[in-house]
Design a protein around this ligand. Structure first.
Ligand code: SF4
Ligand code: SF4
Length: 380
């Protein structure tokens, strides 16, 4: 195994997830503290303004609600906890929630855009470090951050935070959401990570924002065409792998048997079309307004955690997740093992998990075409 992959997820963690999935244990949770963010990214799936949150039908959970949920989740077997937003460091209850979760034994990871992390925050994190901070990098210059995130000093602030955290020994992983607005910075972002010996995970597929806008609506949302997403997905690996590993990856893509990078499991059972990833089997997500869902990219199935205990909601969510099926076309597709599509993507793209996500069909076919073209040119 490549040492960088061990850093990404340890074999013991994978083992625990396999066990938890087979037993239906809620090993890993995500607490979404708030959809409010100091950035306003063009491809965001969740962001809302404080006014939109206040006008929502459901009330936002308080710190106490979340601690109650976390305590019950721990009793049911939860160990890993991801805190996400919006921007968690903007939410007033974040420090209390974080400290309580770490002190009560959860292995806590935080998703953040990094821009609000200053010297004092680093000192505080140093005393009670997370398992990891996942910082999303949106570009390699303030101009790009201004275009994509509408945050003209975003890069300067984020880069300073990354360097302070590294100097303090706080574990950091970089994520990157690639879109037409920051694609030209891809090489520079990979170099930024390389110079700091940090993992960077680049995604070129952006979920339609069903939770922000509602199903089928894409207001103020920007992503690549499927062909561009395929091109940059492959380019990312060309920049990150050596020549030999890159050629192996492309051969796997062309032949329909490449490992889907970033995932350690198939999302769908090839025999019965059921969801077979961790979502709703070993993993759960609590939205800022108190719904338990299998995955934060979609708004259903969902169970109201404010009305029942964690254990009861988890059982209900497992039952509902077990009913989900992917399209028969996807199940039988010969590109299945190299396609990224999962139940959440099918739902976000088509309004039902049983729909055929055409965007992903096009992206997959284009990746395979590009791989074959490259290998032919190299006579491989
Ligand atoms: S930083 Fe993240 S949460 Fe905030 S607007 Fe951008 S994508 Fe959305
Ligand atoms: S989304 Fe398209 S390419 Fe992917 S498995 Fe389904 S039918 Fe095949």
């Amino acid at each position: 195994m490549d040492p960088s992959e061990v850093k990404y997820e340890a074999p013991l963690t994978k083992h625990l997830f396999r066990k938890a999935t087979s037993r239906g244990m809620p090993l890993s949770g995500t607490i979404e503290v708030s959809p409010v963010c100091n950035f306003n990214c063009r491809m965001c799936y969740v962001r809302k303004s404080p006014q939109e949150v206040a006008a929502g039908e459901r009330r936002m959970l308080e710190v106490g609600d979340r601690l109650r949920i976390a305590a019950q989740a721990r009793d049911a077997g939860a160990l890993y906890m991801l805190i996400t937003g919006g921007e968690p460091f903007l939410w007033p209850g974040f420090c209390i929630l974080y400290e309580e979760l770490v002190r009560s034994g959860f292995l806590v990871t935080v998703n953040t855009n990094g821009s609000l992390i200053d010297k004092d925050t680093v000192e505080w994190l140093k005393k009670l470090p997370p398992v990891r901070l996942n910082i999303t990098l949106y570009g390699a210059s303030d101009e790009t951050y201004g275009r994509l995130c509408r945050s003209p000093q975003g890069f300067t602030k984020t880069a300073a935070a990354v360097d302070m955290l590294r100097a303090a020994g706080v574990p950091v992983k970089l994520n990157c959401s690639l879109t037409p607005e920051n694609a030209e910075d891809l090489e520079a972002m990979i170099a930024f990570a390389g110079e700091r010996d940090l993992i960077i995970e680049v995604n070129t597929y952006m979920f339609p924002p069903v939770r922000r806008c509602g199903s089928g609506k894409t207001e103020d949302f920007e992503r690549f065409t499927p062909e561009e997403a395929a091109y940059y997905h492959i380019k990312r690996y060309r920049l990150q792998y050596g020549e030999e590993r890159y050629a192996d990856f492309l051969a796997g893509l062309r032949d329909g048997c490449a490992r889907i990078e970033g995932l350690d499991e198939y999302c769908t059972d090839p025999l019965d079309g059921k969801v077979s990833c961790r979502a709703g089997k070993a993993a759960w997500w609590i939205t800022y307004d108190g719904l338990m869902t299998p995955c934060g990219m979609i708004d259903r199935p969902s169970v109201d955690i404010t009305k029942d205990s964690f254990a009861a909601c988890w059982e209900k969510l497992r039952e509902e997740t077990d009913k989900l099926r992917l399209s028969g076309v996807c199940q039988r597709c010969e590109s299945r093992s190299v396609c990224h599509s999962c139940a959440a993507m099918a739902y976000a793209e088509t309004g039902t998990t049983e729909g055929i996500p055409r965007y992903l069909c096009k992206m997959t076919r284009e990746m395979q075409r590009l791989a074959a073209e490259y290998l032919r040119a190299k006579e491989l």
